[in-house]
Design a protein around this ligand. Structure first.
Ligand code: ADP
Ligand code: TRP
Length: 321
C-alpha cells in the first residue's frame, strides 16, 4: 500500500496539529511505501514574502524529521522540487469541469475570509489531485476538512481514466480522528485562528509560562472534581502514562489539589515527551547539509515515481508516443 500526505508550510505546528494529525501521518510511514511533502506550491496561493515562504517550508521539513519521520523509510521532499507534478496538473486541469471546483467549500471559505481570489486558489484541488495521482497513492491521511479534495481527486482521476484508459490509481482518504480535539490555553479547541496554541518547539521557558497561564475555573481547592471533560486533565492525558493518568484522575476525584500543580505536571510531562524530538531538531538545525541531502534524495525518489506516472498520462493522451 502506498501512503501519501502533504502539509502546508503555514507556520509553527502546535500540540493540536501533532496529536490530531502529524503523529498519525508518521505512524503510517511503516506501510510499503510512503511519501510526505511540504506543499509550498499550495502555499504560493497565499504567502507573498520569499523569506517567510522559505523559512516555513524548511521548518516544516525539520519538524517532520524531528518528530520521527525516518527518511530511510519514507520519502520526504518539497513539493516544488518535483516539476512533474505541475506538468501533470495541467493535464488534469484540462479534464476538470469548472462546476466541480465551483462546488469546493475551501475556496469559498478562503475568499470569504478575505484572501485574494487568484486562479491558483480556485484550482488548488487540482494541484492536490496531481500530488496524489503522481505517486499512485492508495491512502491519503487527512483531516476532515480535506475529504472533499480527495473526492475531487477521485472524480478527476475517474474522468481522465474514462477518456484515456486506466492511467490513474483512485486514492482513498483516511480520515484522522476528528473527535480527538486538543484543548488550547483558553479551554476551547486549540487553533492558530483562536490564538490559544502551545507550539511544539517553542522555547521551554516561555512555553512553561504559557502552560502556567492556562485558564481555569475558580472552584476551591478542596472541592472534588470530575476529570472527564476538564481541559487540564485532557492535556495531561496526552503525555502521561496510563498509571500516571489514573493517579491524576484519583487526585481530581478526591479534591484538595491546586490547578497550579496540574499545570506544572503538564509542563513536566510534555517537556519529557518531546525531549527527544527537540534534541533531534536542534541537531538538524546545526546540520543543514544533512537536511538538504535528505530533501534532495527525497526529491530524486519522488521525481522517479512521478516521472513514470506522468509519462503514462502523456502516452495515454497522445502527448507522447
Ligand atoms: P489550525 O486550526 O491551528 O489552523 P489546521 O487547520 O492547520 O490547524 O490543522 C492541521 C491539522 O491539525 C488538521 O488535520 C487538524 O485536524 C489538526 N488539528 C488542528 N487543531 C487541532 C486540535 N485542537 N485538536 C486535534 N487536531 C487538530
Ligand atoms: N491541502 C492540504 C492541506 O491544506 C495539503 C496538501 C496539499 C495535501 N497536497 C496534498 C494533503 C495532497 C494530502 C494530499 O492540509
Amino acid at each position: 500500500m502506498r501512503v501519501l500526505s502533504g502539509i502546508q508550510p503555514t507556520g509553527r505546528p502546535h500540540w493540536g496539529n501533532y496529536f490530531g494529525a502529524i503523529q498519525q501521518y508518521i505512524d503510517l510511514q511503516h506501510e510499503d511505501e510512503s511519501y510526505y511533502f511540504v506543499a509550498n506550491l499550495h502555499a504560493m496561493t497565499t504567502i507573498r514574502d520569499k523569506e517567510v515562504m522559505w523559512a516555513h517550508t524548511y521548518d516544516a521539513a525539520l519538524d517532520l524529521l524531528a518528530l520521527g519521520l525516518d527518511p530511510n523509510k519514507a520519502t520526504l521532499f518539497i513539493q516544488s522540487d518535483v516539476p512533474e507534478v505541475s506538468e501533470l496538473c495541467w493535464l488534469l486541469l484540462s479534464v476538470t469541469p469548472m462546476g466541480l471546483l465551483e462546488r469546493c467549500v475551501s475556496y469559498k471559505e478562503k475568499v470569504s475570509k478575505g484572501l485574494s481570489s487568484n486562479a491558483g486558489l480556485f484550482t488548488y484541488p487540482v494541484l492536490q489531485a496531481a500530488d496524489i495521482l503522481a505517486y499512485d497513492a492508495d491512502i491519503v491521511p487527512v483531516g476532515e476538512d480535506q475529504v472533499q479534495h480527495i473526492e475531487v481527486c477521485r472524480d478527476i482521476a475517474g474522468s481522465f481514466n474514462h477518456l484515456f484508459g486506466e492511467v490513474f490509481v483512485l486514492p482513498k482518504a483516511r480520515v484522522l480522528d476528528s473527535s480527538a480535539k486538543v484543548p488550547g490555553t483558553d479551554g476551547q479547541k486549540m487553533s492558530k485562528s483562536y490564538g490559544n496554541t502551545i507550539e511544539l518547539f517553542e522555547d521551554l521557558k516561555p512555553q512553561r509560562k504559557k502552560i502556567m497561564r492556562i485558564q481555569t475555573d475558580s472552584r476551591p481547592m478542596e472541592e472534588p472534581k470530575d476529570p472527564e471533560g476538564d481541559h487540564l486533565f485532557e492535556l495531561y492525558s496526552l503525555f502521561a502514562s496510563e498509571p500516571e493518568i489514573a493517579e491524576m484522575a484519583t487526585t481530581y476525584r478526591q479534591g484538595g489539589f491546586g490547578y497550579g500543580a496540574v499545570k506544572k505536571a503538564i509542563a513536566d510531562v510534555s517537556e519529557s515527551y518531546f525531549a527527544e524530538a527537540r534534541a533531534r531538531r536542534e541537531a538538524l538545525v546545526a546540520e543543514p547539509e544533512t537536511v538538504h541531502e535528505i530533501l534532495a534524495d527525497g526529491a530524486r525518489r519522488a521525481r522517479k515515481k512521478a516521472g513514470e506516472v506522468l509519462l503514462r498520462a502523456q502516452q495515454a493522451s497522445g502527448l507522447k508516443r
